[in-house]
Design a protein around this ligand. Structure first.
Ligand code: GLY
Length: 410
């Protein structure tokens, strides 16, 4: 990604300046979004009344620590590790509550405890991450071969799986790699295979929610979830699928995951607007023009990861339950040329999205704690265009990817 490095450097400078004071100001919090004055909230403030899946159990709570680990990797400053560990310690209390936890223990503990262990060797962090991975594995439905998403709050969700979970799988892959116990990876791969079969449509668009019969595993229906409607293409879901299948590919080498990521990416490429501003759903009406900068950053991250690997050989030989490259080059020059062109296209699309954010949807000033603006939770939510801590995470991560520095924390 050499040709974009200079631009990435200018954005990294702005990120460093901003995160220095933002991290200091919010060092004891676990933020999700900013208020009307630009100040971060605190999901770990237990004096407030939260729902059971909100507050300390809120699914985005790992991203604040995750941002700090990204900054730690970049700057080497110990203070970022210390701030990340404040949230890590607080989140450990979630294990006591237990009932508030859900499949997003992956989102919560992969960029915090697992990242801490991977980057520093902290044994306490390993214990926390292993605990979280074990809870996640406990949500596996062996007949339907899927990981159950949520707990029953307002309705019966025993058979529900959602596309976002493709990211939670990274905690399972890590747990197998770290413990040498293959069960975590086996469950992750079975879930990914189910998602390939039932979520990803032939044109590369993706369902948000699929309901299975929890007793027989039969697929019952798909739901529109946070997108415009059933059958549409919620953009953040496209991002979870594209980047999520890349994560599964990187951990297993299974060629079908790379192929699926490409199919989802090609759908995105055909629908990304010229100005790089991403709507909440690729199928939404022109008006109101709801945007989702968060989905934009997730898609950009997935495209950059795909661009790095699209040139790889596509000839893999199964090796037991794992898949490994056979090491031989089978490509003709013409095939290699096509792969290079494809990689370039994915990079260009990612950069178009990131430039649109950096130039028009980012606040690098001092009036708002968050960088990325104009995020939306769901198409049909009453509120749109606010900040989300995970948008900042994926924006910062994508810029480091473009620069070619930092270890992937998924
Ligand atoms: N459901 C997770 C998200 O908003 O992306």
């Amino acid at each position: 990604m050499k040709r974009y490095e200079e631009w990435a450097d200018t954005v990294i400078e702005k990120i460093r300046r901003k995160m220095k004071w933002v991290s200091e100001k919010n060092k004891d919090k676990i933020p999700y979004r900013t208020d009307e004055n630009g100040n971060y909230d605190d999901r770990s403030d237990l004096s407030k009344k939260w729902r059971i899946d909100d507050g300390l159990n809120w699914w985005t709570n790992g991203f604040w620590g995750g941002i700090c680990w990204l900054m730690y990797q970049d700057t080497g400053e110990q203070r970022y590790a210390e701030i990340a560990r404040v949230s890590e310690r607080k989140m450990e209390q979630c294990f006591q509550d237990f009932y508030g936890l859900h499949h997003d223990v992956g989102f919560m503990f992969a960029p915090t405890a697992a990242a801490d262990f991977v980057l520093t060797g902290n044994k306490e962090a390993r214990r926390i991450a292993m605990h979280a991975a074990t809870l996640l594995a406990g949500r596996f439905n062996p007949v339907g071969k899927f990981i159950r998403a949520w707990n029953d709050l307002e309705e019966d969700t025993r058979g529900w799986a959602i596309i976002d979970c493709m990211f939670n799988l990274s905690l399972l892959y890590w747990a197998s790699e770290e413990s040498r116990d293959p069960r975590f990876r086996q469950m992750a791969m079975m879930h990914a295979d189910t998602v390939m079969k039932h979520f990803v449509r032939p044109d590369g668009s993706v369902c948000h929610v699929v309901e299975f019969d929890p007793e027989t595993g039969e697929m019952l229906r798909s739901l529109g979830g946070q997108g415009y409607q059933e059958g549409s293409a919620w953009t953040r879901g496209q991002g979870w699928a594209l980047y999520g299948f890349m994560i599964s590919y990187l951990h297993t080498g299974k060629k079908e995951y790379l192929e699926t990521a490409k199919r989802v990416a090609d759908y995105c490429l055909a629908h990304i607007p010229e100005n790089g501003i991403i709507p909440v759903d690729f199928d939404q009406p022109m008006e109101p023009a709801y945007e989702d900068s968060c989905g934009a950053c997730v898609i950009a991250g997935g495209l950059l990861e795909l661009a790095k690997h699209v040139q790889e050989e596509e000839s893999y030989k199964p090796d037991g339950e794992n898949y490994k490259p056979d090491g031989e080059s089978h490509r003709t020059d013409a095939e290699r040329y096509v792969a290079d062109e494809k990689s370039e296209k994915y990079q260009e699309a990612a950069v178009r999205i990131l430039r649109a954010i950096a130039d028009n949807r980012a606040d690098f000033g001092e009036n708002c704690d968050a960088i990325v603006q104009n995020c939306s939770g769901a198409y049909h939510s009453p509120e749109h265009h606010f900040t989300m801590v995970y948008a900042d995470y994926f924006f910062i991560e994508a810029i480091y990817k473009l620069k070619g520095t930092g270890r992937l924390l998924w």
